[in-house]
Write a protein that binds this ligand. Structure first.
Ligand code: AMP
Length: 455
């Protein structure tokens, strides 16, 4: 999770970064930050809260310069310190740098222990601090060479935007696990962002995705320079398509909404049900439910209304609050549901909390049968590449069969999309990262690697 943005070569860089972060608010709601560079200095503002709460016009005025980088941080249980907000700023031998990171480093503790052994001190739990130290401690004379040095020592999933007082460096890991795209601004400047929905808001034109293993270097009065640091071994994260990304974003050439429709259609082929009506869990299940209804030839209705003023259910760490929040957030249209056999479609099932509450809600509303359909496979493994699934014990599918889960959530039936069905929906032109479903850690690390601290 988390969103990053980098703007280069535009007088209004911090304004543009602000709007881009606003468009990518869904990727992280805990804290937000922007740092700008004016050739002489780096200015930084970061706080806890939503983008609109963190920045006021006066702040953006202070963030002067034609380069700005920004970050939205995803919330994790128990770690909500403002120290964990990004970008991370530091002064070192070559001057000053600021870094924003999306992803999760799997060798965080090995690197950190080695650095501490040599006298480094850390202020936070974030793996992004490792990156700062590795750059600062490198013996190379130029920043570009120091970044390369640092990249040779880190493992896992990362998209990085690194700002000096006059340049900007952008890197995507060689597996391309998290998304990152390049756009051109009307002013002639450039923008990189985790999702293309940011480009739409600021009127930028999509240029291309940043290649896995690529570094882009932005310098004054020059076109961006591309350097391949690693050979690409492309494994984009399937969960971006399933849940994380906004449906209007285009990730690596594929519109997220269309992928979700396909998953729903495939789900209809694999787990049909005798039903009168298909309902989505709003908003996460909408596109997949439409696909399921199309595939089944059954009416699709927005039969559950969502209160948009409640945050995502995962934001609150404790179980009691999560339970209450589902009720606060969702409410059924009773007339539509009474006496019907309904299928209710969500994008994923993690702990089973949402499904259990919704099945009960639909039965209370008078549904005669409730068939739960999940447009992704069973989540059996914690993912250490940037998805917030902390331990195996939290993942209901790691210890219960679909039949047992159906019983637990009190549904008349429960169906998941198969792993092959997911692959078929996404297309066989590339091999996706499916760690949550198959437990395969191809980019280093394993399920015992450190969890996400920065996302
Ligand atoms: P649960 O209620 O624990 O089974 O979680 C499933 C719900 O959480 C679904 O509605 C998903 O849309 C949503 N979800 C899945 N993965 C995540 C995540 N990493 N962060 C926040 N919400 C998620």
């Amino acid at each position: 999770m988390c969103a990053i943005v980098g703007v280069y070569g535009d007088e209004n860089a911090s304004q543009i970064a602000y709007y881009a972060l606003f468009a990518m608010q869904h990727r992280g709601q805990e804290s937000s930050g922007i740092s700008s560079a004016d050739g002489k200095r780096i200015h930084l503002i970061k706080k806890r809260g939503l983008v609109t709460e963190v920045f006021k016009q006066d702040d953006l005025d202070l963030l002067s310069g034609s380069c700005a980088i920004g970050h939205n941080r995803y919330s994790t249980a128990g770690k909500d310190s403002v120290l964990d907000a990004q970008p991370v700023f530091a002064k070192y031998k070559l001057g000053a740098i600021s870094i924003a990171h999306n992803g999760n480093l799997t060798n965080k503790y090995e690197v950190r222990d080695e650095l501490i052994e040599k006298g480094a001190i850390f202020q936070t739990e974030m793996d992004t601090e490792n990156i700062v130290h590795l750059i600062a401690k490198s013996a190379k004379s130029k920043l570009k060479a120091r970044i390369k040095d640092m990249l040779s020592k880190i493992e896992g999933a990362y998209c990085l935007v690194i700002q000096s007082r006059s340049k900007m460096f952008v890197v995507r890991d060689r597996f391309g696990i998290r998304p990152l795209s390049l756009g051109k601004l009307k002013s002639g400047g450039y923008i990189v962002a985790s999702e293309t929905c940011a480009f739409d808001l600021v009127g930028a034109e999509f240029v291309r995705d940043v290649e896995p293993g690529e570094m882009l270097i932005f310098e004054e009065n020059k076109e961006p320079k591309s350097v391949m640091i690693f050979e690409a071994d492309y494994h984009p994260c399937a969960f971006e398509y399933i849940y994380f990304a906004r449906p209007d974003s285009i990730i690596d050439g594929k519109t997220v909404y269309n992928m979700r429709l396909e998953m729903g259609k495939q789900l209809a082929k694999e787990t049909p049900a005798k039903i009168d009506l298909v309902l989505p869990v709003p908003d996460s299940g909408v596109a997949a439910a439409k696909g399921y209804a199309d595939g089944m030839g059954v009416p699709f209705e927005m039969g559950i209304v969502r209160n948009h003023y409640v945050g995502r259910t995962f934001i609150e760490p404790s179980q009691e609050i999560r339970d209450l929040k589902v009720k606060l957030k969702l409410s059924p249209i009773k007339d539509m549901i009474k006496g019907k056999r309904v299928a209710i479609v969500d994008d994923s099932l993690v702990r089973g909390t949402t499904s259990k509450q919704i099945v009960r809600m639909l039965k209370d509303a008078g549904a005669v049968e409730v068939h739960m359909r999940i447009a992704s496979p069973e989540i059996k493994f914690p993912c250490r590449y940037g998805i917030d699934t902390a331990t195996k014990t939290e993942l209901i599918s790691s210890y219960k069969t679909p039949e047992e889960i159906a019983e637990y959530i009190e549904a008349d039936s429960l169906g998941f999309l198969s792993i092959d069905g997911l692959k078929a929906s996404l297309g066989d032109d590339r091999e996706y990262s499916l760690v949550s479903f198959d437990g395969k850690y191809f980019a280093g690390g394993n399920e015992n690697s450190p969890g996400c601290s920065a996302y």
